[in-house]
Design a protein around this ligand. Structure first.
Ligand code: R5P
Length: 307
């Protein structure tokens, strides 16, 4: 049985690290857009009997989704016996309820779309909040990898006397895990969101922060406003300039420049999304989760979603 890793172009660097860990052959997947916006996907044709693994982060899901389905279907046409998806960033997970009358609940709809194309999914720290487990929305086998060991190792090496700060209630799950592994204290703030770029965040506890270097950790940094609000509080309280750690560097629009201008001492991210801030490698954590699927009886692992 052979494993063939087919990375979307933005994921080639991660693929070069992941392929040897999987004992996989790294193969061609080209994707380009025609002037009218249509996609052309071209992949390696020698997939007969292989376990194909597509690698694509999904931070621009509306442009990627069709290309992904085309790649999966074409891999099957070329004889792949299974097609898995490693999506280090899984999109649409924040749309986990109907926030306003008439809203689509996109998280389960996007899950349904993905699982029509692939046999299994591996992702990193999906935004599990009101949907608290992936198998509530996926019936294919899924594994989610925690970035915490890699993030904690980075913090231990790079930040002396850290105080981890999570900007909202959802972040508690990631921040508490990272803090435990980094043997550092942590605080979780409260966030109120009024709009896409209109958020307020509660004040950190200054007394507990004395002598510490703040590290703001969020799973997804999108507009950056959640972290910018938090950095503003830290500056007003006279705390040292904070390190910002994003698990998923979505950085929509000018978010990265805005964060730099907001006074972050350093901004780093995991390499779930290819970005200049990537400093924390995930291949070593992704590989064991992929291997579980590659050796498994996929039918036995399949679940019925509870959605
Ligand atoms: C949502 O609760 C997430 O954990 C992040 O805090 C959120 O996605 C950040 O979004 P933004 O960067 O747009 O404020």
């Amino acid at each position: 049985m052979s494993t063939v890793l087919l990375p979307f172009p933005a994921q080639r660097r991660l693929a070069e690290e992941l392929a040897p860990l999987l004992g996989a052959r790294l193969a061609r997947l080209d994707w380009r857009r025609f002037p009218d916006g249509e996609s052309l996907v071209a992949i390696d044709e020698t997939l007969q009997g292989a376990d194909a693994v597509l690698l694509s982060s999904l931070h621009q899901p509306d442009t990627l989704a069709l290309a992904l389905r085309f790649a999966a279907a074409t891999a099957r046409e070329f004889g792949a016996r299974s097609v898995g998806l490693v999506a280090p960033y899984l999109a649409y997970m924040r749309q986990d309820r109907r926030f306003h009358p008439g809203d689509a609940i996109s998280a389960p709809l996007f899950a349904a779309f993905l699982q029509e194309g692939v046999d299994w999914l591996v992702t990193v720290d999906p935004h599990l909040h009101r949907i608290d487990r992936l198998d509530r929305i996926f019936r294919i086998p899924t594994r989610h990898v925690a970035a915490a060991p890699a993030v904690a190792a980075w913090i231990r090496t790079e930040v002396a006397h850290p105080l981890l700060i999570g900007p909202d209630g959802e972040s508690a799950q990631w921040v508490a895990h990272i803090a435990a592994l980094a043997e550092a204290p942590f605080q979780v703030l409260h966030k109120e969101r009024r709009g896409d770029r209109d958020v307020s965040v509660s004040l950190p506890d200054l007394a507990a922060a004395a002598g510490r270097n703040p590290v703001v950790v969020d799973d997804i940094v999108s507009s950056g406003h959640t972290v910018i609000e938090t950095l503003g509080h830290l500056a007003r309280l006279g705390m040292p300039a904070a390190t910002v750690v994003a698990i998923h560097a979505v950085f929509a629009g000018d978010a990265y420049a805005d964060l730099q201008a907001a006074g972050a001492a350093r901004i780093v991210s995991c390499d779930s999304i290819n970005h200049a801030s990537n400093a924390i490698a995930l291949a070593g954590l992704l590989a064991p989760a992929c291997r579980e699927h590659l050796g498994a009886d996929l039918h036995a692992m399949a679940r019925t979603p509870a959605w």
